[in-house]
Design a protein around this ligand. Sequence first.
Ligand code: PMP
Length: 442
Amino acid sequence: MALDRKPVPNDLSAFWMPFTANRQFKKAPRMLVGASGMFYHTADGREVLDGTAGLWCCNAGHCRPRITQAIQEQAAELDYAPAFQMGHPKAFELASALRDMAPEGMEHVFFTNSGSESVETALKIAIAYHRARGEGARTRLIGRERGYHGVNFGGISVGGIVNNRKMFGTLLGGVDHLPHTHLPDQNAFTRGQPEHGAHLADDLERIVALHGAETIAAVIVEPMAGSTGVLMPPKGYLERLREICTKHGILLIFDEVITGFGRLGSAFAADHFDVMPDMMTVAKGLTNGVIPMGAVLTTPAIHDAFMQGPEHVIELFHGYTYSGNPIAAAAGLATLETYREEGLFENAASLASYWEDALHSLKDQPHVIDIRNMGLVGAIELEPIAGDPTRRAFGAFLAAYEKNLMIRTTGDIIALSPPLIIGKAEIDRIVETLSEVLRTLD
Ligand code: PMP
């Protein structure tokens, strides 16, 4: 459908854009000026199908009236209130709603403003928890290669992405990494969870032997690695990790910033894989991406360890000006109600096998070396151009955008995570467009 063209700003120089090739972008900017449901509207008057739910966050689709209205009403009633030694109802209501949606055992909610802040918060809580119990030597943090945990210093330290680390000095000390679980030789084109790789969790035993369990606070992993290419956990892997952590008194943190809120067809990946962490980090889909907000969920065992001293003393010296911000909390409540009332997680689950077949129908297209999927998330990995990695997939991104489809790429991987309101016709359109795009790439 042709839409009205919209003006774009003349001056693009001031905004230093994040994770963007600024100079290239500003020569040919791609401007989004509106959105509705499954679609973005571009300044040049096109409707673009959102194959990525924004940045994995707009799980209920765009500009949902209920969320918009909740924000407007809250902004008019109570725009801001601190949560330091003060309260306001919406933050408490959202914490309860989130606890009720979360896997059993995740009972306490600490609010942040983003996934990165949720990660920092969880890492700090882990260290402080051990200290509160008299195990102050447990300060080491274990991440995983190809893990993405946001961009703050803790997150890039436990994260395993070279480009996110190498510009920024020595990072946090006392961090070690598990190997990633991507085994393309054995697992390529697996539908759902790969068969091979559970043994890679045993590397945690090596790390424990090297440093001593008494020095390790926590292991943090994405149950499904998202930003580094949609890597599913091999069958049995998360279970092994859980077992080893429990055996050694190490906390297990699931970073569910992407997997939370229905992406895999269950509310959270912990439910989906039936493996319970000690803490979960969330953001993105918590407010449908509309207002920045994140949260850390913990078990009572962790929370209660802080609730021991004199009652008038602040238990955790941590928090943000906007923790539990009323407008964000109102957006969160409206979002969770939308997920529940529209059965969006169930929609994701019921479309999962259609999505799987649709994606895997691209198996024989040029350059495709792997396809991965689960719930309503997927990845198509392309053979990199020798000496110029990322160019082929970025070419696919540009070509898809020209054909009115928004995809996301990471390295030479196309990542797909459409809003959970999607239907079969839109899945077909994504796959048809991609099939045309793949045939045009050099
Ligand atoms: N953790 C994971 C698993 C993520 O995918 C992301 C963002 N893609 C983050 C943390 C960081 O979230 P934010 O960009 O909101 O800081």
